[in-house]
Design a protein around this ligand. Structure first.
Ligand code: NAD
Length: 495
């Protein structure tokens, strides 16, 4: 077998990180954590009850006064230590994230690299965001100060065990907040290592906490009055609910949801470059990423490009070239989705059902090879619903306007890309697509820092984006200060 993922050698028991100590939450039930590669148990995770959540938030709250009073430069120095530890532990984290999420090691490594980039941005805040002051009238100055919110929380999905938490906490913590991470219960092991590294970096107790669990744990965070802000990344149904519930509690909320991304391929696109980009986009992370291509809008005659995609997908090696599906339920949902599309009239050009990598250890894993459906119509489920797997639906359209019409009709608005060698076509898609992130000849148009990440419509609830300058605004309040140190009363209408 040509791929190597080092699964944990023994079952890892996850604990909560509370006030700098690793503790087993009281009266918590536990779930087994399975590796998608083998189906075997690699860990156990507690489902923290509301009492345990209150304990974590209490410890975080205790850290707030000291941490917010720590100068930004000192907070930044600790984040620089964490960044160094993150880099030094890259391989360990990559193998762990791959083991629990089913990614290839290279994909998991890329998630950590993106995390390092967010750290770099957080480290730069001390030089970029110096506040502002101005003499607004004779003898009177106005200035603004950025102030942390206090205790904030991040709730993250299974598909990026390192990267999505790292979208959030380097910035939130550097800006002076105490951050509580609630990782997905499907991938809790990587989060524990992130916690270990934060402790090792020397952050004061309670500045970074980990609380494990599922729905009930999230609800307790949503209802806790001491949690001032909540960032969520996950499916649209849950994002919508968390956004509504937490907003109703008066919290600042940003909730990123699911996606149904369109790749538009026009006849002038470069054949082999486009074919490989399409393949990488829908099979990367086994299609389990919110930026994955899901629908290919084939404009006019692009048959030679489609044939090339089919040929490349048929050759892709499971395991080395593409990872596994997170769990059995997701695999069954995907297989059912393919069968539904077939019944609705789609043709299966490449069928990934029943495919597995060769070799005994992987036999119990959750595998689906790349799958390509042709003849999908815009109203079919395969063109509308987020499948979240390596399934590409080809919808044939006569014109670019027809392609944009299909794209615009999607309730989601995460990403879209066009493949073309024509600048006017590219510009029409940049302007005409209804998404937060658009690509030109880029299959996975993830903005690099400091450009912020976030979709629109049903792919994001709340204002602003999760990283970059938008993140600085999300994790802070702006306090405006007006000063007068003179007894002069002339020349100003200000009292
Ligand atoms: P999910 O919605 O099932 O879970 C996300 C988080 O919410 C987890 O921590 C989970 O424990 C918690 N949760 C689950 N059900 C809940 C409920 N009923 N109430 C409260 N909390 C609940 O998502 P997932 O399956 O882990 O991740 C895949 C989804 O995330 C996909 O839809 C994908 O598109 C989306 N995603 C979006 C982005 C983005 O940036 N927009 C990034 C990554 C993943």
């Amino acid at each position: 077998m040509s791929f190597i993922v080092k699964l944990p050698e023994s079952v890892v028991s996850c604990r909560n990180l509370v006030g700098g100590e690793w503790v087993v939450p009281r009266e918590a039930s536990h779930l087994d954590v399975h590796s998608p590669y083998t189906g075997g148990i690699i860990g156990q995770v507690p489902l923290t009850a509301p009492d345990g959540v209150a304990q974590v938030v209490e410890a975080a709250k205790a850290a707030v006064p000291g941490w917010r009073a720590t100068p930004l430069r000192e907070r930044t120095a600790l984040m620089a230590r964490f960044r160094a530890l993150l880099e030094a532990n890259m391989e360990r984290l990559a193998h762990l994230a791959a083991s629990e999420a089913g990614k290839t090691v290279a994909e998991a490594r890329a998630g950590v690299l993106k995390g390092l980039e967010v750290c770099d941005f957080a480290l730069s805040v001390q030089n970029l965001d110096t506040g502002g002051a101005m003499e607004v009238s004779r003898g009177i100055t106005c200035e603004f100060r950025r102030e942390p919110l206090g205790v904030v929380a991040g709730i993250t999905p299974f598909n990026f065990p390192a990267m999505v938490p790292l979208w959030m906490f380097p910035l939130a913590v550097t800006l002076g907040n105490a951050f509580v991470l609630k990782p997905s219960e499907k991938v809790p092991l990587t989060a524990c290592v992130l916690g270990e590294l934060m402790v090792e970096a020397g952050f004061p107790r309670g500045v970074f906490s980990v609380v494990h669990g599922g729905r009930e744990t999230v609800q307790a965070l949503v209802e806790n009055p001491d949690v001032r802000a909540l960032a969520f990344v996950g499916s649209t149904a849950v994002a919508r609910r968390v956004y509504a519930d937490a907003s109703a509690q008066g919290k600042r909320v940003l909730a990123l949801g699911g996606a149904k991304n369109h790749l538009i391929v026009v006849p002038d696109a470069d054949e082999s470059f486009t074919a490989q980009s399409v393949l990488d986009s829908f099979t990367g992370c086994a299609g389990q990423r919110c930026m994955a291509a899901s629908v290919l809008l084939a404009v006019g005659d692009v048959q030679r490009i489609l044939d090339d995609v089919v040929e490349r997908a048929s050759r892709l090696e499971l395991g080395g070239g593409m990872g596994a599906i997170i769990d059995r339920a997701s695999l069954e949902r995907l297989e059912a989705g393919i069968a539904t599309a077939e019944r609705a009239g789609a043709r299966v050009l490449v069928d990934g059902r029943g495919k597995k990598p060769a070799g005994e250890p992987w036999a119990g894993g959750y595998w689906l090879g790349p799958t390509i459906l042709d003849g999908v119509r815009p109203e079919m489920e395969a063109a509308q619903r987020e499948l979240f797997g390596p399934v590409l639906s080809i919808v044939r359209v006569p014109t670019l306007s027809a392609a944009l019409e299909v794209e615009n009709a999607s309730p989601y608005g995460n990403a879209a890309s066009v493949f073309t060698t024509n600048g006017a076509v590219a510009q029409a898609v940049v302007e005409g697509s209804r998404v937060g992130m658009v690509g030109v000849n880029v299959g996975v148009p993830v903005p690099r820092e400091p450009f912020s990440f976030g979709g629109v419509a049903d792919s994001k609830f709340g204002h602003g984006d999760i990283t970059g300058a938008s993140g600085v605004d999300f994790w802070t309040d702006l306090k405006k200060v007006t000063r007068k140190w003179t007894a002069r009363t002339d020349g100003s209408w200000m009292s």
